[in-house]
Design a protein around this ligand. Structure first.
Ligand SMILES: Cc1cc2nc3c(=O)[nH]c(=O)nc-3n(C[C@H](O)[C@H](O)[C@H](O)COP(=O)(O)OP(=O)(O)OC[C@H]3O[C@@H](n4cnc5c(N)ncnc54)[C@H](O)[C@@H]3O)c2cc1C
Length: 566
């Protein structure tokens, strides 16, 4: 096994990872940065971001207003110091991308245009038609690849991290082309491995979004935070689950039930379709459960009606949406409502980190969707994620650079590396058991959809937890058919399933523990928000017998919790 060394090792090449790499590399040209990604960088899920990126750019808007919208949207579980930092830094990030050549949609005078978005009380989503993530990623990638001090390891899969005495030392990764495992030493390591909504059956997420980085650090002793909060996006296309951007409602789209009625007037009379996602997803679920869904070959659905926008506006502002609706939903939105329903979309929870992206292990940073800095609380507002990836990607890069400049490489223990090689190649690849990865994976995704979805109950969560633990046992007996080394996608799928099973267990354990309803976590047996007992974050620590939970307070600066109505 070869041991490679870079001052800073970044895992993940989405918006957060690339932004961190540029920030670190530009801080000091002598810093040697590695970016590892299991897929070619511009295939990271970030390219799928559609609707926009939030920032205060105009008169009439303000940092306080953006912060307030975010805190209220988050059902008061955000740490408000983090939110204030985030909204202040976001405009600068967008202007930086503008200077790097990002092709934004523009107003007739040539300024960066902004569109309305759910939960925001000012049109503050900067966008590029409905392909915002794609253009941001290409802008960042173009900037990153010209830096001489960044080395890309595309199609390398990390399997473990080495933390000893609470100091991060390195990690192990498989070069997927050769199938060989290598070790990396790093003075600082940044996790930017994205979300894990692939624990669900009906999701907007890429197949690669399996939360590997979260499980890897969790198993190494770093806690995960607020994992009960999974966001369900109101407009997942039926049948594939592909996202129809919130920008479609931002441009004026309606949601209608089988009676052709705009039912949101009963749930959020003021904001209607532009209420935050948790509220709209619950409204849709209530309509569907009440028998008011439209009937289709894949079961009842809600209609997203764009017809009144007209063909020209749809083509200019939502060209991708029209294409996807025609090709994968079988309808042209110019003529018919698009069939949609709630889909698992985002993880508010993740690796516990502070506003500097520092984790509990020295030298280990977490940023982007895999991290929980507590900006998004119990429910993230649309367009705040890509903004957060830019702001806290930069912070992670700068902080890791500072750390790397003042520390030295550490020796990696041979035993730890050999144990990991044996776990992966003898334990998982070498197993001759009779269980199959797709079977266990489908069961996990089905049960998460049935028992830990938009509405939850204690009984169903208990039963989900039992089933997940059963699946974890069965996983030990899994067999990967392909025993080869080069591009062994069967082995990668098995490793990813192993990671997601832990995340499903943590999600359900925390959801069971939180006996209140807040943001995206809605308990039918505890329907009220309970600030007296639950204005706190749940930390989940790994233990052999399942997650061990601890609690930390929420930071309130200017906005004490009040009633949340739209
Ligand atoms: C369809 C869709 C549309 C969205 N639209 C918007 C929007 O309009 N506005 C908004 O603000 N947010 C949006 N979001 C959310 C936002 O896009 C994501 O939260 C954000 O892009 C995540 O970026 P990231 O850099 O954290 O991770 P990702 O872009 O998910 O990248 C993760 C990286 O980690 C790497 N990785 C993971 N595991 C491993 C491993 N084991 N070994 C090596 N590498 C690994 C991957 O290869 C990848 O490079 C959308 C999300 C989706 C799914």
């Amino acid at each position: 096994m070869e041991v490679l060394a870079h001052d800073i090792v970044i895992v993940g090449a989405g918006i957060a990872g690339l932004r961190a790499a540029i920030a670190a590399a530009e801080t000091n040209k002598k810093i040697d940065v590695a970016v590892i990604s299991k897929v070619y960088s511009v295939r990271s899920h970030s390219v799928c971001a559609q609707g926009g990126t939030a920032a205060v750019m105009r008169e009439g808007d303000s940092h306080d207003l953006h912060a307030w919208d975010t805190v209220k949207g988050a059902d008061f579980l955000s740490d408000q110091d983090v939110v204030e930092f985030f909204v202040e830094r976001s405009p600068k990030e967008l202007v930086t991308l503008e200077h790097w050549g990002c092709p934004w949609s523009r107003t007739p005078e040539g300024k960066m245009d902004q569109r309305p978005f759910g939960g925001h009380s000012f049109p503050r989503a900067c966008f590029a038609a409905d392909m915002t993530g794609l253009v941001e990623m290409h802008t960042l990638h173009g900037r990153a690849i010209v830096q001489k001090n960044i080395t890309f390891y595309d199609e390398w899969f990390i399997t473990s991290i080495i933390i000893e005495d609470n100091v991060v030392k390195g990690l192990t990764a498989i070069d997927l082309k050769t199938g060989e495992m290598h070790a990396f030493r790093g003075k600082a390591i940044i996790m930017a491995t994205g979300g894990y909504a692939r624990i669900y059956e009906f999701t907007t997420f890429s197949h690669t979004s399996t939360g590997d980085g979260m499980t890897i650090v969790y198993r190494a002793g770093v806690p995960l935070k607020d994992m009960e909060f999974v966001q369900f996006h109101p407009t997942g296309l039926v049948p594939p689950g592909i996202l129809i951007t919130g920008g479609a409602r931002g441009e004026g789209g309606y949601l209608i039930n089988a009676e052709g009625k705009r039912f949101m007037k009963h749930y959020a009379p003021e904001k209607m379709e532009l209420a935050p996602r948790d509220i709209v997803a619950r409204a849709e679920t209530t309509e569907l459960q009440g028998g008011r869904g439209l009937e289709g070959p894949y079961g009842p659905y809600i209609g997203l009606d764009l017809r009144h926008l007209g063909e020209d506006k749809i083509n200019e502002r939502l060209p991708l949406i029209r294409d996807v609706a025609i090709k994968l939903g079988g309808v042209d939105p110019v003529d018919e409502p698009i069939p949609i329903k709630p889909a698992a979309h985002y993880s508010m929870g993740g690796i516990h980190a502070n506003v500097k992206t520092e984790t509990s292990a020295s030298g280990l940073y977490a940023t982007g969707e895999c991290a929980c800095l507590s900006a998004h609380g119990a429910n993230r507002l649309g367009t705040n994620s890509t903004a957060g990836c830019l702001v806290f990607g930069t912070v992670a890069g700068e902080e890791a650079a500072k750390h790397a400049l003042s520390s030295t490489f550490r020796e990696l223990s041979k035993d730890a590396i050999m144990a990991e090689e044996s776990r992966v190649f003898d334990g998982i690849l070498g197993s001759e058991g009779d269980e199959r990865v797709p079977v266990i994976r489908d069961e996990m995704r089905r049960l998460m959809k049935e028992k830990a979805w938009v509405y939850r109950t204690g009984d169903e969560l208990e039963s989900a937890l039992k089933e997940i633990r059963g699946l974890k046992k069965r996983f030990r007996n899994v067999r990967v058919e392909d025993k080869g080394r080069s591009f062994n996608t069967g082995l990668v799928e098995a490793l990813q399933l192993d990671f997601t099973l832990d995340l499903a267990e943590v999600t359900v354990t925390c959801a069971l523990d939180r006996t209140e309803s807040r943001g995206a976590h809605s308990r039918l047996d505890h329907t009220k928000r309970d600030d007296e007992n639950w204005l706190k974050h749940i930390l989940a620590y790994y233990s052999k017998n399942g997650p061990r939970l601890e609690y930390i307070p929420v930071t309130v600066t200017k906005w004490p919790p009040t009633k949340r109505a739209y």
